[in-house]
Write a protein that binds this ligand. Structure first.
Ligand code: DP6
Length: 323
């Protein structure tokens, strides 16, 4: 009744910000993401016979909100397996948690794979994605590797791998500009945007076109189109955040400095573009030949405390010997 799984966070190029329904945590739009193989979450789940309630440790700490979300996911799996035992969950990230590096995505993907493994459950991929989504909308995307499309139709979520890591070996350089937990989580922030941003309806209405063009750019391995589109979609989401009341300003001065540097590098011919989620870190997506120069340039910016490099990674999986 115990298993350990590994999952990687993902970064969306065409983003999810807002929900169609709170029940089932259904995103308002689809999304397109890259899995960051260089950053990992490792999660152990152990169901204990007769145990009442779950104990959830994230990087050795307990937190009531995370525990409630984890228990809600585990309840769905317990129902599938017909068991009632409580579980001990120990999850660890090798990167800053809750700071805009999608720790909830890798966390829930690893949780689901470990818990399903511990219970001996073999669920269809769509059902696993649906349960992962209830934990975190972006988590379903970390179940698969490489470049992933999450489609949302009605109440269903389906995830498709558009490219495996070897099909288009992009590299991601993450400029970490602050490592503290963000004050407002994505979940809280998007609910505020839905209610108060006058731009939110336009964000949702213009999303399908971005997603379609993003999928086409990936299928055609058209880096230049993907670059322009991903930056546009990212800035459009941040325009919604900025126009939320009270405003959601996730950037630091260094985030903006990195953004401008990436734009200047691309204008100078380097194949690189930026994206930024609900946090202060900038992710620079590069063709492999540009990664060394991008990493050196971003490291030199005032306020950048760390630069992480990552190739595309695999989907969530049970830990195998040697992992
Ligand atoms: C800005 O998946 O963390 O990273 O479903 O409420 O848990 P919940 O939100 P979450 O939101 C991700 C928001 C984003 C964009 C994205 O990853 O698509």
């Amino acid at each position: 009744m115990q298993a350990v799984a590994i999952a990687h966070p993902n970064v969306a190029l065409i983003k999810y910000w807002g929900k169609r329904a709170i029940a089932g945590n259904l995103p308002a739009t689809g999304s397109l993401s890259l899995v960051l193989g260089g950053l990992s979450t490792e999660t152990l789940v152990r169901f204990e016979a007769g145990r009442q309630g779950d104990r959830v440790l994230l990087d050795d700490r307990e937190d009531a909100e995370t525990s409630a979300r984890v228990t809600a996911c585990l309840d769905l799996l317990r129902r599938e397996a017909g068991v009632q035992d409580g579980a001990v969950v120990e999850s660890r990230n090798d990167f800053p948690t809750g700071a805009g590096l999608a720790s909830s995505a890798s966390g829930f993907a690893a949780l689901l794979v470990a818990a399903a493994g511990a219970l001996g459950l073999r669920l269809p991929a769509a059902r696993l994605a649906e349960i992962a989504r209830t934990g975190s909308g972006s988590a379903a995307r970390s179940l698969l590797g490489g470049i992933v499309l999450l489609n949302n139709r009605d109440a269903t979520t389906d995830c498709t791998q558009l490219a495996a890591p070897a099909d288009w070996p992009l590299e991601i350089v993450v400029a970490v500009t602050a490592t503290g937990q963000k004050a407002i989580s994505s979940r809280q922030g998007m609910a505020m945007s839905e209610q108060t941003s006058p731009y939110y309806p336009a964000w949702v209405d213009s999303h399908a076109a971005d997603l379609e063009a993003g999928v086409a750019a990936v299928r055609n391995r058209d880096f230049r189109s993907l670059a322009e589109l991903a930056e546009h979609n990212c800035l459009k989401m941040h325009a919604v955040m900025l126009s939320t009341r009270p405003p959601l300003i996730y950037w630091t001065p260094a985030t903006l400095a990195c953004l401008q540097r990436v734009r200047a590098l691309r204008a100078g011919g380097l194949p690189v573009f930026f994206t930024i989620d609900a946090g202060p870190q900038l992710k620079a997506v590069c063709l492999p030949e540009a990664a060394d120069e991008v990493a050196a340039e971003l490291s030199a910016i005032d306020g950048v405390c760390q630069v992480l490099r990552s190739p595309l990674g695999a989907g969530a999986r049970l830990r195998a010997n040697g992992d």
